[in-house]
Design a protein around this ligand. Structure first.
Ligand code: NAP
Length: 313
């Protein structure tokens, strides 16, 4: 029986990984609540890993937040994320954990990385200033895994997911990402019978979205490879405009009002797409297309609302 500790199991990614692992025969999933083990505390992390003796760790814990939070609290975003990563990776190696899969993000690539973004773009040029603190912590975690592998031969490696969506997403009216924010606003407009919804900017920036259960499937695939890349993009390799995304969500929700753009609001970077050829070369490809993923996400949104469990932090 392979014992796998999923760090951050209550989060959107961690909970999807736990669901996927539970489908796998021969796996025992280990989780622990943050109230019991704070991953920023090295003594607690070390004692927990010594006691539990996992064979492997999938590290989906992080302090995450939107632009405002990242910009306002760079100390916490750098310090907490750095400590969580270093504590867990160091303790894993000290206690003989055989395998470690660390979660990076495509948002830690440089601001002007050529599109579609390849793995080789990491550290190639300036980071995006608004999430520099988060990116530095994540890059340190990813590099620490690479160094353990190089120096000690430990099978520690990382995945770089694109924008994710799915069950357990954050639907906060101001802090959420574009896709859950649109799901919520279009749902509310539908309920209220509004004739139109307004979306920020021109609607023309292009973005890529991966269903979180596809990510979980990719992570388990990477976890089982004999010789995984040190870090590898996990995305769909397909993008669409924000306006097209809003139109698709309207179809899924059943909302027939108009979508109005507000070009006085900022658009952000024109395109963000990942190159997933390295991932494909390892034998994995995404299987949930966006419209199907949105249908499942909207069903989860309705269920989470009905259960008073909608996350909005
Ligand atoms: N969401 C995306 O679109 C996206 C895209 C690319 C990459 N990623 C990466 O995927 C990873 C997980 O993201 P997510 O969206 O699943 O985030 P999330 O939903 O906020 O989950 C983060 C998890 O980390 C736990 N955590 C935070 N601080 C902790 C601490 N000090 N001690 C113990 N646990 C702690 C949280 O516990 P509580 O629930 O108890 O607070 C939560 O379970 C991150 O590394 C992120 O960069 C996410």
């Amino acid at each position: 029986m392979e014992r796998i500790f999923v760090a951050g199991h209550r989060g959107m990614v961690g909970s999807a990984v736990v669901r996927a692992l539970k489908q796998r025969p021969g796996c025992e999933v280990i989780t622990v609540d943050r109230s019991q083990i704070d991953l920023t505390r090295d003594d607690e992390v070390d004692a927990f890993i010594e006691e539990q003796q996992p064979d492997g760790i999938i590290f989906a814990a992080a302090k995450v937040g939107g632009i405002l939070a990242n910009n306002s609290y760079p100390v916490q975003f750098l310090s907490d994320n750095l400590r969580m990563a270093v504590n867990t990776i160091d303790a894993a190696h000290r206690r003989g954990v055989r395998r470690f899969l660390f979660l990076g993000s495509t948002c830690i690539y440089p601001k002007h990385a050529p599109q579609p973004i390849q793995e080789s773009s990491l550290l190639d040029s300036q980071l995006e200033p608004t999430n520099e603190a988060y990116a530095l912590a994540k890059i340190a975690g990813l590099k620490l895994c690479q160094y353990y592998r190089r120096q000690y031969g430990a099978m520690y490696h990382s995945a770089m997911p694109t924008n994710l969506y799915g069950p357990g997403d954050n639907y906060h009216p101001q802090n959420s990402h574009v896709l859950p924010a649109l799901v919520r606003r279009i749902h509310e407009a539908h309920q209220a019978g509004d004739e139109q919804i307004v979306i920020w900017g021109t609607g023309s920036p292009r973005r890529e979205f991966l269903y979180v259960e596809d990510l979980a499937s990719a992570l388990l695939h990477l976890y089982t490879l004999d010789n995984p890349p040190d870090w590898v993009n996990v995305g769909t390799g397909v993008d669409l405009t924000i306006l097209e995304l809003a139109q698709m969500i309207c179809r899924v929700v059943g909302y027939r009002g108009n979508i109005v753009t507000d070009p006085t609001k900022p658009d952000g970077t024109p395109r963000k797409l990942t190159d997933i050829s390295l991932l494909r070369s390892t034998g994995w490809a995404p299987s949930v297309d966006l419209e199907e993923g949105l249908r499942r996400t909207y069903a989860s949104f309705l269920q989470e609302s009905a259960d008073y469990a909608l996350r909005a932090v």
